[in-house]
Design a binder for this molecule. Structure first.
Ligand code: 5AD
Ligand code: SF4
Length: 438
């Protein structure tokens, strides 16, 4: 069989990045080699995100511009996967005649046969939810080489149904992966040079509670910490309502667990949190952060905040700003609320104008810039531990992250990659830190 070439475009979250690696590995089994540009490709796969309308619109834009590519390469096969594929299904095939195939979030393992059919001109759409955990058996693409850090999927799906969120509809119910499989994969990647793992899932702290072998998330972290070669453990994303006492406890005695937690609050207003169906109050949230910070004094916290949820008043928004200051986030990922199909919030009355919402978002960004600055300033003059991940763009420098997940560039050679170093932080560069080794 002649080797063909595939170009994979990935949008959205870490789960999509991880799925794209699995897609690469699967396509290798049918003789497709990954390439970096569409120009060289026989097939393009667009792995999509539909969490906000803009992300979805962008996908349609990209698919339409691919018509141009077809002029240069009429045999180019185009496939769409991920959350937009799950949401739109057959509609995508109808709307975009030059699209070859569509596969949903639970159908990755069917790709080899879908592609083979598409090669003969048969346009397939597979979007059925398959909840037996078989999609976890897919191995990532080891052939492209392993980085120092790596995400490991431990669960998929979400049962929370936050009123704004499309994820439960496009990713389906929560399914946890077997612990033995997770540990085996981490042992393997550790032997291949990985030093830091991020345990990945839409809602990691409900790991094992609904399926799998009943192990809880805290116990999983403790078992991962025992794997030789793994120096650091992170996780993404956790839900404040499920942040359990055993998990908090891990921060006191699992040294490899990094001093960072991404704990999306979404809003600082109790009224909005209730409308969002988040299951906690502002003071529950702050209480949990305080507990964590008592245990880990250097803990850095990041968050997601939605601006302009239906009915959000200036006062509600002020509550979000004041919560940001109270917590002192090192970073927040914030977007204007975007109504999504099927979600409850999409039917809620919404009075604030687009202009008002984007003006609120600007104010939030300005506040976050100051908060990040004070976090970074507090590092200057101190030595911090950095896991070196690679060479910086600037020659003679390497980069890595602190346990609190801040990026540091410092002078050093590629021989440091994969090691823990303690550079002296000499400058706050706003988005990162500059350090020096002796
Ligand atoms: N509008 C805006 N932001 C959203 N998010 C999820 N759904 C929406 C929406 N409809 C944000 C949340 C979530 C992050 C992944 O995306 O903040 O934590
Ligand atoms: Fe969406 Fe809420 Fe589930 Fe996160 S926890 S994926 S915001 S429904």
């Amino acid at each position: 069989m002649q080797q063909k070439k595939v170009h994979i475009m990935t949008f959205g979250c870490q789960m999509n990045v991880s799925d794209s690696e699995k897609i690469t590995a699967l396509l290798r089994t049918i003789d497709y080699e990954p390439v970096a540009s569409i120009g060289e490709a026989d097939m393009v796969i667009v792995n999509t995100c539909s969490v906000r309308a803009k992300a979805e619109e962008r996908i349609y834009g990209i698919l339409l511009t691919m018509k141009g590519e077809l002029k240069n390469n009429p045999d180019l096969l185009i496939g769409v996967g991920g959350c937009v594929a799950q949401q739109e299904g057959e509609r995508l095939l109808k709307k975009i005649p030059h699209l070859g195939f569509v596969f949903g979030t639970h159908n990755l393992h069917l790709l080899p046969q879908i592609v083979r059919q598409a090669e003969t001109g048969k346009r397939t759409c597979e979007t059925a939810f398959i909840d037996d955990g078989s999609r976890f058996d897919l191995s990532p693409d080891y052939d492209s080489g392993l980085a120092i850090t790596r995400s490991i999927t431990i669960m998929q799906g979400c049962d929370n149904f936050c009123s704004y969120c499309i994820v439960p509809y496009v990713r389906g119910r929560e399914v946890s992966r077997q612990k033995s499989d997770i540990l085996e994969e981490i042992q393997k990647v550790s032997a291949g040079g990985v030093r830091e793992v991020t345990l990945l899932g839409q809602n990691v702290n409900s790991y094992g509670t609904k399926s799998g072998d009943g192990s809880d998330f805290a116990r999983l972290i403790r078992d991962v910490a025992k794997i030789p070669g793994i120096e650091r453990i992170r996780f993404m994303t956790s839900h404040p309502k499920d942040l359990s006492a055993p998990l908090v406890e891990c921060y006191s005695d699992v040294e490899k667990l990094c001093s960072h937690i991404h704990l999306p609050v979404q809003s600082g207003s109790d009224r909005i949190l209730a409308l969002m169906n988040r299951g906690y109050t502002r003071s529950d949230y702050i209480g949990k952060i305080e507990k964590l910070k008592l245990i880990r004094r250097d803990l850095l916290v990041t968050s997601d905040i939605i601006v302009g949820f239906p009915g959000e008043t200036e006062e509600d928004f002020q509550d979000s700003l004041s919560l940001m200051t109270t917590v002192g986030y090192s970073d927040t990922y914030s977007f204007v609320y975007s109504p999504r199909p099927e979600t409850k919030a999409a039917k809620m009355p919404d009075n604030a104008s687009k202009g008002e919402k984007s003006e609120r978002l600007k104010r939030l960004f300005a506040l976050q810039k100051n908060l990040t600055k004070s976090v970074h300033d507090s590092y200057v003059g101190k030595r911090v531990e950095v896991l070196v991940e690679g060479e910086s763009k600037k020659t003679g420098q390497v980069y890595g992250r602190t346990s609190g997940n801040r990026t540091v560039n410092f002078s050093g050679s590629s021989s440091l990659i994969g090691t823990l170093q303690r550079p002296l932080i000499i400058k706050n560069l706003q988005n990162s830190l500059l350090g020096e080794l002796e």
